[in-house]
Design a protein around this ligand. Structure first.
Ligand SMILES: NC(=O)C1=CN([C@@H]2O[C@H](COP(=O)(O)OP(=O)(O)OC[C@H]3O[C@@H](n4cnc5c(N)ncnc54)[C@H](OP(=O)(O)O)[C@@H]3O)[C@@H](O)[C@H]2O)C=CC1
Ligand SMILES: O=C(O)C1=N[C@H](C(=O)O)C[C@H](O)C1
Length: 281
């Protein structure tokens, strides 16, 4: 039985990638391809919808999917922990459908964020530098916001990071007290460096997406999981067993706050015998 998917944002970069992936798959089929001038009622009857649009459009699309009882995977950025909490509240205690908010479909990015979260309580001086292609509409990136929020939660007993002179504009935008600096550059796809400064040392956790193919495995995992999920689920790490302390659906901080009401069993950690995402592909 194939899963019928409605792609919202089908004309965009991610929408085209997801459509091509569905069309090449035996597991999924296209139910509808929706752009900004299409009626969201086109989602009706799909097994799963996926939203890859703009932060300012995403809430309305999620609301439409929930109203039609169609589970939705949200790849669009802009879902801060505050927005997620109000969505969770709106869905109530026994939701009949699922909303999977996946700030980054790349397993490497999710691992890098988890590593930074693990390291966060050992360093008081932490800043994030993210770089994206020049056509990206929003800043800071959804991944940087998620990373900063998870770091902030991991340090909840330690308090804010030590970030001097944040009244000066060039010091970035503070998210959960962590300065985030956004570059929008030709030649870059997506990159994030988390710098953790300590006594006599700096730990830098760096991840770079060099091809959109990095998103494909995560997209397949999220689409497959969405069909039976209930409630709000945040992050690929809730769907894939990373095997790291302090990660997964039983994670700490805002990841715990993101624990799904009814998530599917996490997929086992992918085996990567060739150094590629073999187990995820
Ligand atoms: N989670 C992840 O791993 C990733 C997430 N992203 C995020 O995904 C989002 C999309 O990125 P990208 O594809 O590069 O962006 P693009 O600018 O290429 O595409 C955005 C698309 O959104 C469509 N759109 C806007 N509003 C609506 C609406 N109300 N209904 C239907 N479609 C709408 C536009 O449609 P039209 O052309 O018809 O006007 C446009 O084609 C961004 O938020 C980005 O940050 C990106 C990469 C990876
Ligand atoms: O717009 C993009 O390209 C990306 N957006 C997401 C984000 O805002 O974090 C995910 C990835 O970084 C690519």
């Amino acid at each position: 039985m194939t899963t019928k998917v409605a792609v919202v944002g089908a004309n965009g970069r991610m929408g085209r990638l997801i459509t091509a992936l569905i069309e090449a798959s035996d597991e999924f089929e296209v139910h509808a391809l929706l752009g900004s001038s299409d009626d969201l009622d086109g989602i009706r009857g799909a097994d799963v919808a996926v939203d890859v649009t703009l932060p300012q459009s995403s809430q309305r699309i999620v609301d439409a999917a929930v109203a039609l009882d169609v589970p939705i995977v949200v790849g669009t950025s802009g879902w801060s922990s505050e927005r997620i909490e109000s969505l969770r509240h709106a869905l109530g205690t026994s939701p009949s459908t699922g909303v999977l908010i996946i700030p980054n479909f790349s397993i490497g990015s999710v691992l890098a964020t988890s590593f930074a979260t693990m390291a966060a309580r050992f360093y008081d001086s932490i800043e994030i530098v993210e770089a994206h292609h020049a056509a990206k509409a929003d800043s800071p990136s959804g991944t940087a916001v998620r990373t900063a929020e998870l770091i902030g939660a991991a340090r909840s007993e330690l308090g804010p990071v030590a970030a001097p002179h944040t009244d000066q504009r060039a010091r970035g935008q503070q998210v959960a007290s962590i300065p985030v600096h956004s570059l929008r550059l030709s030649g870059v796809m997506a990159k994030q460096d988390v710098h953790l400064g300590g006594t006599g040392e700096v730990l830098t956790i760096s991840h770079e997406t060099i091809s959109p193919s990095a998103y494909e495995s995560g997209i397949r995992i999220a689409l497959a999981a969405a069909r039976t999920a209930r409630g709000v689920i945040v992050g690929l790490e809730s769907l894939v067993e990373l095997g790291l302390p302090g990660t997964g659906s039983a994670s700490t901080g805002s990841a715990a706050a993101s624990a799904p009401e009814s998530a599917p069993e996490p997929a086992p950690a992918p085996e990567r015998p060739t150094g590629q995402a073999a187990g995820l592909a």
